[in-house]
Design a protein around this ligand. Structure first.
Ligand SMILES: [Zn+2]
Length: 235
């Protein structure tokens, strides 16, 4: 099996896992750069994120030109093309419609680490792109990439978020951590003032949490849960 075929399988699995975790709904997408090229793979517009298959995956270049695949492109493709252009270190981009992150942005509450999943993103706050319109143009994609800067995540106010990483597994784990961090912060805020992590606490927690075995454990656990639920039949 070729490296690209293996990436298509892993990307389709990641898409289903994000759907099961309710981080994407009928929209939202995840892409991965084909190593050493300016091409990337992404799930298509019309196929449910719950049942996307490796053969559904599309191939694009960084101009947004489709190179392979029969389905329509995701409408917010510029988020991917412009981020890959701006960040050579980024190998994977996920665009989420994640509920609790969006709820924080609706209340203008900054997402700052107050529990371990949040430490993965540094002392924060995670930057917020303020325009809620969907990202359909290169100019909008550039603006999102600027908001993201050199970080791993940015919040799209009232809309969702963008999460990037150096692999599918690492990006998926960050997607889980981002929503868990926001969820815990929302609930804790209902109880009263929140005790946020110090910079030293963020650094020490992030150091352990960013280790490859931890990332792999999050990925393997999510795969196992999905298999038990019969959501990865055929893989
Ligand atoms: Zn969107």
């Amino acid at each position: 099996m070729s490296e690209i075929d293996e990436l298509k399988i892993k990307l389709a699995m990641a898409c289903r896992l994000l759907c099961r975790a309710e981080l994407v709904d009928y929209s939202g997408h995840i892409s991965v750069r084909i190593p050493g090229t300016n091409h990337f793979l992404i799930n298509p517009h019309p196929i449910s994120r719950a049942e996307v298959k490796p053969e559904d995956i599309l191939t694009f270049d960084l101009e947004g030109k489709r190179l392979e695949g029969k389905w329509n492109l995701p409408s917010e493709l510029p988020m991917h093309t412009r981020t890959y252009r701006a960040r050579e270190d980024v190998q994977c981009v996920a665009h989420l419609h994640n509920r609790m992150v969006v709820i924080l942005s609706m209340a203008d509450r900054p997402l700052i680490p107050a529990s371990n999943p949040g430490a993965s993103f540094g002392p924060g706050p995670i930057p917020v792109y303020q325009d809620p319109a969907l990202i359909h143009t290169n100019e909008q994609g550039d603006a999102v990439a600027r908001t993201l800067g050199s970080g791993d995540a940015a919040i799209l106010r009232g809309h969702g978020s963008i999460v990037v990483g150096s692999s599918i597994e690492r990006t998926f784990a960050a997607c889980i951590d981002l929503e868990e961090s926001a969820t815990r912060l929302c609930y804790a805020s209902l109880l009263g003032p929140v005790r946020f992590y110090t910079e030293d606490e963020v650094q020490r927690v992030a150091k352990g949490r960013g280790r490859l075995p931890v990332i792999q454990k999050i990925w393997d656990h999510s795969i196992a849960k999905a298999k038990v639920a019969g959501l990865l039949d055929g893989f």
